[in-house]
Ligand binder design. Structure first.
Ligand code: SF4
Length: 370
């Protein structure tokens, strides 16, 4: 590169940084983890906020900080307690990884915490973005933290129309982001771009008139019709329909609950035994599913069927009631009262229909007994 060009680029980058930082001084939202940034709260916030709205995530962050204020406290909790506190946030592997990582940190750094990018990257659930955010905010490591907000701002600013889920689109964005990081204050710089993406360069209605990057932005004068601005993606995940049946098995007022395996949907959470098959459910719900077990007596559908969307599966959920007769036994899980079952870490879909299913099951069970 010609020295004059390099010099001009440096000056331009510096000016852009100053514009961005001035904007951030005025617009930074007062979020609790920004008051006194430290590694534990920053890490917790980064994990909770993945795939989560900020208003919803803030309440979870505050509860976690109150209950487990440091790595050691979280490491000493049981995984069930952590999953229960996480309930409703979805993507439960994040909670299990959070707990595992806290245990590793408390064992390997008994009086502290990791401070290097590679130490954070070695922990479960910590990717490049999270490690960069923690290290730049807490240790002033000059690395770019590139999340979805940053990709959106920079792809528009640079006019990158290549798909950002392909190296040809993503690489120039990461290279620019790294060149642009403020070496003196990388944490605030990274947070400023993310904030710009969250508040001004929003997905569907960027407010270019009040954007500090407007004068140099390749997209500010383009039509802002939906879908016309970067970022673009090549691959879209196809959503698959799945018919899922929850088997509500009751016995003397108790209900059978299973702990799901750690991997897969709702890993480590508690639920009724399930069966599922790809596609839509049969329209009729008044026919019993294939017999689960010869000791069980089918009592028909219970509660109202619901639909529940996961990242790439649309679940068509039905509940089916089964009675286990007086002198029979079944060792498929744990028997609970409806009240104690409700205290377990449940998938959100069960939590939302719990009262409906419980009332319907109790009504049908009492009719049978009568
Ligand atoms: S000028 Fe508009 S499109 Fe460009 S970065 Fe700012 S808000 Fe986004």
């Amino acid at each position: 590169m010609h020295p004059k060009t390099a010099f001009s680029e440096d000056v331009a980058l510096n000016m852009l940084r100053s514009d961005l930082h001035r904007w951030y001084l005025e617009h930074e939202r007062p979020l609790p983890w920004r008051e006194k940034p430290e590694p534990y709260g920053t890490w917790l916030c980064e994990v909770i906020m993945q795939q989560t709205r900020i208003d919803q995530g803030t309440a979870y962050w505050e509860r976690f900080m109150h209950r487990w204020p440091n790595f050691q406290a979280l490491a000493n909790a049981s995984v069930d307690e952590v999953l229960k506190e996480w309930q409703g946030l979805g993507y439960y592997s994040r909670a299990r990884n959070l707990h595992k990582a806290a245990q590793i940190i408390s064992e390997e750094f008994p009086n502290g915490y990791p401070q290097e990018m590679n130490q954070w990257l070695a922990l479960p659930g910590v990717g490049t973005y999270t490690a960069a955010a923690i290290c730049s905010i807490c240790f002033e490591t000059p690395v770019a933290a590139v999340d979805g907000n940053v990709l959106r701002v920079l792809s528009r600013f640079l006019g990158i129309h290549e798909p950002i889920d392909r190296p040809s689109g993503r690489k120039p964005l990461e290279t620019f982001a790294q060149a642009w990081v403020d070496p003196k204050n990388p944490g605030r710089h990274n947070q400023a771009i993310m904030e710009l993406g969250a508040l001004t360069c929003t997905p569907n209605a960027p407010d270019c008139a009040s954007c500090p990057l407007q004068k140099k932005c390749a997209s500010s004068f383009m039509p802002h019709k939906k879908g016309s601005l970067p970022p673009f993606k090549q691959g879209k995940i196809k959503v698959q329909d799945v018919a899922l049946q929850f088997h509500v098995i009751v016995h003397n007022g108790l209900v059978l609950m299973n702990k799901r395996p750690d991997s897969g949907v709702w890993g480590g959470l508690w639920a009724f035994p399930t069966s599922e098959k790809p596609g839509l459910p049969a329209a009729e719900t008044d026919q019993p599913p294939a017999s689960l077990n010869e000791r069980l007596i089918s009592r028909g559908p219970c509660g109202t069927p619901v639909k529940h969307l996961l990242s790439h599966r649309r679940l068509h959920v039905q509940f089916w009631l089964w009675l286990l007769p007086e002198n029979e036994s079944l060792d498929w899980g744990e028997w609970h009262t409806w009240e104690s079952a409700m205290e377990l870490a449940l998938p959100r879909v069960l939590e939302s229909c719990w009262t409906d299913v419980k009332n319907s099951a109790e009504q049908k069970e009492s009719k049978t007994v009568a």
